[in-house]
Design a protein around this ligand. Structure first.
Ligand SMILES: NC(=O)c1ccc[n+]([C@@H]2O[C@H](COP(=O)([O-])OP(=O)(O)OC[C@H]3O[C@@H](n4cnc5c(N)ncnc54)[C@H](O)[C@@H]3O)[C@@H](O)[C@H]2O)c1
Length: 371
């Protein structure tokens, strides 16, 4: 079955094509979306074979000029150096202003390759070929690209602090690529689906609850429905507010908390796991402010747990240090920390949350004796 979800963008409309096996016929779809016939495939080194190889193979018969470069999908290496290496590979491959970059990999690859596409020769076409659930439902859609920057005075990186809005010409979602995805990474993607469900799709929440136990074990029986619902949730928001001046901020639900813990090496959290803990903390914060009930908090925590996702951190820095790290998030406006918080229905942005409530939210995701 093939589903095409059109996305409107001020920088050019594009489609998300969801079709099992579409990587093997990628060239056909890319040819309709971009004029480019000289391309650089930027592949996560873990998916060089079979996924990037399938895309390359599809390009061969029709006389495309394609070169490939790989990058390791490691968050500490999501830095400008990685972008520079892609620029150099683009130059070596002879890419001009009418060429394209095809990103094959998870969200990290899409973000870095996307930023390289946005900046090489002041911007060339980009095609996103997400190979993780997280990238399929979230990172590949909406045009955000970027890299991490070292934080001044702190021995950690700030997430995605340099970047550009650069929508792709096409997103090719082939759920068969999830066959090779480790279970932990698959579950991580489910955290973003839960986020979309909380923000705008109660039916998606029910679907996730109904299939939670199977999904937790990597069963993909319901994945087509989940992909379509979750991508549609993201589509609605990015179409309404492409540049994050308003409702797109809601997509950061859980992320201001998550970004404070994701870079802590000792915690060893994937992005999706950090988001899961961040969602839990945000729920508690919302309950303290009377925005949602204890039952709603419990429902989300139970779902995340059923999906095999963490809702607390075992080892941590003091809550005050995590609050300090949150100040480096992009959602800070001057001195005000802007937090996205769930409500009984949907979510809202608040910049008046007392530090005591944020600290209490951190304590709610820490072991009882600590903090
Ligand atoms: N641009 C956005 O709007 C946006 C949104 C959400 C997240 N992000 C970014 O996305 C990144 C997280 O994305 P992610 O969870 O996809 O992580 P990732 O890209 O780091 O991939 C996770 C792991 O899975 C491996 N992998 C990827 N596809 C595979 C496959 N099919 N088979 C086997 N292994 C595979 C990777 O090598 C990596 O080890 C973060 O850097 C985050 O900041 C961006």
């Amino acid at each position: 079955m093939s589903t095409r979800i059109p996305i409107t963008s001020r920088q050019g409309d594009y489609d998300v094509l969801i079709e099992p096996g579409c990587l093997r016929t990628a060239a056909k779809y890319i040819a309709c979306a971009s004029q480019a016939r000289r391309v650089l495939v930027v592949a996560d080194e873990q998916v060089l074979a079979p996924h990037a190889a399938a895309v390359l193979e599809s390009l061969q018969p029709d006389g495309w000029e394609a070169t490939i470069t790989t990058l390791p999908a490691e968050e500490p290496l999501k830095r400008m150096e990685a972008v520079e290496r892609i620029w150099e590979a683009a130059l070596a491959g002879g890419l001009d202003r009418h060429s394209a970059i095809i990103a094959v990999g998870g969200g990290l690859t899409g973000d870095v390759a996307g930023f390289a596409a946005a900046t090489y020769l002041r911007g060339i076409d980009l095609v996103q070929v997400p190979t993780t659930l997280l990238a399929m439902v979230d990172a590949s859609i909406g045009g955000k690209t970027g890299v991490n920057l070292p934080l001044p005075g702190l021995s950690r990186l700030g997430k995605n602090l340099a970047g550009a809005f650069w929508p792709p010409k096409l997103v090719l979602v082939d759920a068969e690529t999830l066959d090779t995805l480790p279970l932990r990474a698959f579950r991580s993607g489910l955290a973003e689906c839960v986020k979309h469900a909380i923000i705008s799709d109660p039916d998606l929440m029910c679907l996730l609850e109904q299939h939670a136990v199977a999904l937790r074990e990597g069963d993909r029986g319901a994945i087509e429905d989940i992909l379509v619902r979750s991508i549609n949730a993201k589509r609605q928001i990015v179409q309404e507010d492409e540049r994050e001046a308003g409702c797109r901020m809601l997509l950061n639900l859980g992320h201001t908390f998550a970004h404070a813990i994701e870079p802590i090496k000792e915690l060893d959290l994937t992005h999706g796991e950090a988001v899961s803990i961040g969602l839990s903390a945000a729920m508690t914060c919302a309950e303290r402010l009377g925005l949602c009930t204890a039952d709603a908090v419990n429902r989300v925590r139970v779902l995340l747990t059923d999906l095999g996702l963490p809702v607390s951190i075992a080892q941590h820095e003091p809550a005050e240090a995590l609050c300090a790290a949150m100040r480096y998030d992009k959602k800070v406006d001057g001195d005000r920390l802007r937090l996205v918080l769930p409500m009984q229905q949907g979510a809202c942005v608040r910049d008046d949350v007392a530090m005591a409530d944020i600290e209490a939210a951190w304590h709610s995701v820490m072991p009882p004796s600590s903090g």
